[in-house]
Design a protein around this ligand. Structure first.
Ligand code: FDA
Length: 397
């Protein structure tokens, strides 16, 4: 027997569940995982950074920087905060507008499951799609349970490639390509950067050291903490610029944010005249980092011995340290996937395919990637809501 639904949603993650809560009519939401919202559960260290007070289109990367504007403007961070408040979920702002649950990310999953239940959506877990075909008035799908289901709308909400061990498959891109969509080249983003050779050896000794920096790559620049690891660099500043970094290109790190590096060294020359450069530098950067860098700065003897002509290149090195990563930690640890279904083929207001009516793309599978700090969930809520609204409006006709 074939069951008919108004909408089938593939993926019970953030975007799929939001869409299911708003699509109206009979909705089937499928996921091959055993539980819904597994990435929500592990996000934000288990407390889910569910949105950002400063969410705005300029905090998202896409080949078309205008694409995300409509959905983000129609379902905003304030709308999501309202929803969280209606469910009496306690939350707090951690830093830089980032909102986290006070108790657990599971509160957000429970909220979405309850919203879906209220909307009458049918959630099927541990269920995969085995075939999908276009019919004259919609879609016919077969499921791993052996059932055949049909629908008018089909929503691809199966996320990106990040963290394969949590069920990420890239299957959404295959569906998109099958129905004529272009895929903007995908790569891991919000990911630690790795280094090789001597640089990596040096970083090993610094593993665990964190320091505030301004990190720059391409057009991205972020003032936040940087962390040395055994394999390279991490911390929010580095995760942020990883989205802007292109393979083979250097990144630039200012180790003295908010300071004029030359003036800082000149003033250390006065205040720490009889001290070694590493000791003096430790006033401004962690001592282990100062010890590591001092021999590379060309400053011999004590601070008092350093003429301006020696301080200038040292200041340049501290204020604009250039490093070329050998790669990144990859999808294994990346928080998101950059690129995805090209926005050229998707209606920005409804998330519906321009070439295949009744096919929708929401969340991370689309070529829209947010900054670190709750922006990616906001995109999932906004795009899931936009598709849900559009499906409901069409159904009501
Ligand atoms: P999502 O990945 O959430 O959901 C896709 C669903 O589809 C999954 O349930 C998956 O099992 C299912 N699926 C995939 N292929 C399938 C198939 N073939 N058949 C059936 N089902 C399939 N963002 C943020 O804003 N704040 C934060 O705090 C964090 N923290 C964070 C931590 C970590 C460790 C990661 C990896 C990521 C984050 N993120 C984040 C990013 C955020 O999790 C991500 O952007 C959203 O979950 C994307 O939502 P989607 O619904 O698009 O995909």
């Amino acid at each position: 027997m074939t069951a008919h639904f108004d909408t089938i949603i593939l993926g019970a993650g953030a975007a799929g569940m939001m869409c299911a809560a708003h699509a109206g009519g009979r909705t089937l939401i499928l996921d091959h995982a055993k539980a819904p919202g597994e990435k929500i559960r592990i996000s934000g260290g288990g407390r889910c950074n569910f949105t950002n007070l400063h969410s705005a289109p300029d905090r998202f990367l896409s080949q078309n920087p205008h694409f995300a504007k409509s959905a983000l403007a129609r379902y905003t961070q304030w709308d999501f905060i309202d929803l969280v408040d209606r469910h009496h979920i306690p939350w707090h702002e951690k830093t830089l507008g980032q909102l986290f649950c006070d108790t657990s990310a599971k509160d957000i999953i429970a909220m979405l499951v309850s919203e879906m239940r209220d909307a009458g959506a049918d959630l099927r877990l541990s269920t995969a799609l085995t075939s999908l075909d276009k019919t004259p008035d919609g879609w016919r799908a077969t499921l791993s349970t052996g059932e055949t289901v049909t629908s008018r709308a089909f929503v691809v909400a199966c996320g990106g490639k990040s963290i394969p061990k949590m069920g990420a498959t890239g299957f959404g891109y295959e569906i998109a390509q099958r129905f004529g969509h272009e895929i903007v080249e995908t790569r891991p983003a919000l990911v630690p950067l790795t280094f090789s050779g001597e640089i990596q050896e040096g970083f090993k000794a610094l593993s665990g050291v964190a320091t505030p920096v301004i990190a720059t790559a391409g057009t991205g620049q972020f003032e936040e903490a940087m962390l040395f690891t055994h394999r390279g660099l991490s911390g929010p500043a580095i995760l942020q610029i990883s989205s802007y970094w292109a393979e083979g290109e250097p990144i630039t790190v200012n180790l003295l944010p908010g300071q004029n590096a030359l003036e800082t060294l000149q003033s250390l020359r006065k205040s720490h005249a009889r001290k070694a450069p590493a000791t003096a530098l430790a006033e401004h950067i962690p001592a282990r980092l100062a010890d590591h860098l001092a021999p590379t700065l060309g400053l011999d003897g004590q601070m008092a011995d350093q003429p301006d002509r020696a301080l200038r290149p040292a200041a340049e090195a501290l204020g604009a340290w250039q490093l070329t990563p050998s790669g990144s930690e990859g999808y294994r640890t990346a928080e998101v996937t950059l690129g995805g279904v090209s926005t050229d083929g998707v209606n920005a207001k409804t998330m519906e395919s321009k070439t295949t009516p009744g096919l929708y793309f929401v969340g991370e599978v689309v070529d829209v990637t947010g900054w670190l700090g709750g922006y990616n969930f906001q995109w999932a809520w906004s795009s899931g809501w936009a598709a849900g609204q559009a499906i409901e409006a069409q159904r009501r006709g």
